[in-house]
Design a protein around this ligand. Structure first.
Ligand code: PMT
Length: 405
């Protein structure tokens, strides 16, 4: 039986030539046993008639937010609660912008805002529109908030041009939805992520720190949650908003980060250390603001505890993933850290090229274990985090089943 049999799926259709494919999508979802309700925007109706969609979905089609007779049947709030999954295919540039800004001026955008169901969008548009900064920024925001974006395919377009903008085929969309309803790769798994920098106080107003923004660790925590894990995020000082559905513990120094990690470690299955922890702290933090009368100053530093290494040294450590930001000999240095700290996996990010990891939205990752390397390439931190969590899940489950045999 298909994983989507019996689920309530809202298919949203926005204005675009690919709307004709939504007839096939609706039919395929019904064939797999899903209960389907179609919501079509005014622009969508210019490409496909509600009558056709009613016939393929087997249910009345919803097309208006302010229609009293429709609201007397299944109104937008009821529809929002009814949905187990919302899939918008095709999703136009206009609709993506509405969703990203939280506009609620059509039935479909209101429904997406009012529903707690997972949202998947399959964009379709002219390739220049897809590649525009505004669209990419909106898509990135949606991804950060947990919307799944099924990237458009490259190929000939209705406008006669060739490029990325073709909607994924209905068969692929159905396959994705079925997979996403199957038990998640980290269902029931407890994940702890460290993120951001630490601040090591010199006095009440000054500190030693680094340029970590927390973006990589926050993206990893969000990807783990989407994969079904219960996630605790131990965060150094960052300017980022706490991600939805994740328990966040804010810390300042390495010692505080260690204490927060220790207090959660017994219930943790996977520990992912993306934080850039200060290796040293001032031996003495001055109680009052230091005066700057002297022409020179010497500050004595002492080693901070190594959080990752001390967790790996516990009698039954969780599966441990470290990060290594390297300026040279990236793989060798990352493997050295993997072995010295006794991690299961090290994620190397080179501090060179245009995608420098500190502070940026993009990164380049190579996974290093004792025997192999896997290059995940360059991409946004949000996308890399999804692929990274996939790899971590595979390796965690393989180690777990090896332990129990
Ligand atoms: O925050 P962003 O701006 O998005 O940038 C992301 C990042 C570059 C900070 C991140 O991707 C990254 O690489 N983090 C690790 C930085 C690093 O090189 O750490 P390290 O080589 O000092 O330590 C290696 C590993 O040990 C890391 O997993 C680190 O979290 C851990 N460690 C280090 C020292 C310490 N005292 N305790 C630790 O747990």
């Amino acid at each position: 039986m298909s994983a989507i049999a019996g689920t309530h799926i809202v298919v949203g259709i926005t204005g675009g030539i690919a709307a004709y494919k939504s007839v096939d999508l609706t039919r395929r979802l019904r064939d797999q046993g899903a209960d389907v309700r179609v919501v079509v925007t005014p622009a969508g109706k210019a490409f496909i008639t509600p009558l056709t969609l009613q016939a393929t979905s087997g249910n009345p089609v919803h097309d208006s937010l302010l229609d009293t007779s429709a609201e007397a049947g299944m109104g937008h709030i009821e529809l929002a609660r009814w949905a187990d999954q919302i899939v918008v295919a095709p999703a136009s540039a206009d609709f993506i912008a509405r969703l990203a800004t939280g506009l609620a001026d059509t039935l479909l955008s209101t429904l997406c805002l009012a529903s707690e169901a997972p949202i998947t969008i399959a964009p379709a548009m002219n390739h220049v529109m897809w590649e525009k900064t505004a669209t990419q920024r909106n898509v990135e925001s949606l991804r950060t908030w947990g919307v799944t974006v099924l990237d458009p395919r490259i190929g000939p377009q209705a406008c006669g041009e060739v490029g990325p903008g073709r909607m994924q085929e209905p068969e692929e969309i159905v396959q994705y939805l079925a997979q996403s309803r199957s038990p998640g790769s980290l269902d029931g798994v407890q994940v702890m992520v460290t993120a951001g920098p630490t601040w090591e106080a010199l006095d009440p107003v000054r500190a030693l720190t680094n340029h970590s923004s927390g973006k990589m660790g926050y993206a990893v925590a969000t990807a783990a949650r989407i994969a079904g894990a219960s996630v605790t995020l131990i965060s150094g000082p960052t300017a980022l908003a706490p991600p939805a559905g994740i328990q966040v513990k804010s810390v300042v120094s390495a010692q505080e980060m260690l204490a927060a990690v220790e207090s959660n470690i017994d219930s943790t299955d996977i520990l992912i250390c993306a934080a850039a922890v200060a290796d040293y702290r001032p031996a003495d933090s001055m109680p009052q603001k230091m005066k700057k009368d002297a022409p020179e100053m010497t500050i004595k530093l002492v080693r901070n505890p190594d959080i990752l290494a001390s967790m790996a040294a516990r009698p039954s450590p969780p599966f441990i993933v470290g990060f290594a930001a390297e300026t040279e000999r990236t793989i060798d240095n990352a493997r050295g850290k993997l072995e010295r700290k006794k991690a299961d996996l090290m994620v190397a990010n080179p501090i060179e090229g245009k995608d420098k990891p500190f502070g940026s939205d993009r990164n380049a990752l190579v996974l290093v274990d004792r025997n192999t390397e896997l290059d995940l390439g360059q991409d946004t931190k949000v996308k890399l985090a999804v692929n990274l969590i996939d790899e971590i899940a595979k390796r965690f489950h393989a180690k777990d089943s090896a332990k129990s045999t």
